[in-house]
Design a protein around this ligand. Sequence first.
Ligand code: LER
Ligand code: MN
Length: 273
Amino acid sequence: MAGSFRLALTVSLVEEARGGPFVYHGDFSHACREAERMGYDGIEIFAPSSEWFATHDVQNKVAGHGLRVAAIGSGAGWLTRKLSLSSSNDEIRKEAVAFVSGLIDAGAAIKAPVIIGSMQGRAENGEDVSAVRGRLVESLIPLAKRSADAGLPLLYEPLNRYETNLINRLSDGIHMLAGVANVKLLADLFHMNIEEVDIAASIREAGAAVGHVHFADSNRRAVGAGHLFAAPIVEALNSIEYEGWLSAEVLPLPSESEAARLSVASHRRLFPA
Ligand code: LER
Ligand code: MN
């Protein structure tokens, strides 16, 4: 263990996500080797689709490096096919649910929950935001049920205002998801730095609803490379007895290996074992 909170390294296998906030890009084997070498506990996979899992022996590969799969990102559905779980187009929404369902099934086999971030979509062309949120919740219900059948939560991620106009803060997420079983919130510190009044207070308020953390600094670089005031956030995570992952979902700057190294160093400093 790198510390008392498990730390994961992010890898994207989606060509269209190059330049995006993932430490390693394009080479799963290399990312696993680097994660092991630097002392990570796990790896978070931004996968192109469920088919990718059918052609990569993920479980054996990660286990061979002493790692686990922390979570699976689903945003490729939006990035490569413009699928959205809240689209007003029934066909697109159905395809989006099918895309995420495939990832949930792939995740079930390796005990990794799926993240709904960009796939939540947004209200467009003056659409009524609450109606769009309603469609999103309708899509999330069967996905959360499918995850529950696999013994895993569905992870829902509020995003900053430049990425969605549906849900930007943890408290709004809790409100929207009231009555939906088996969805946990993903607290991405980069988005929260933009949207929350007080990141630590929001984490405390969300409490047991927090199921995953994206461990990023204010500028989306590795924690320690920006101006995030981490101490109260660490205290808040301790106070809610958070037991999930911290995933370094950050830009590969100044290089992949430097971002990976700084994330480990900051994790060790902030969460000593
Ligand atoms: C997108 O900004 C993000 O934070 C991802 O985790 C969601 O796909
Ligand atoms: Mn994120």
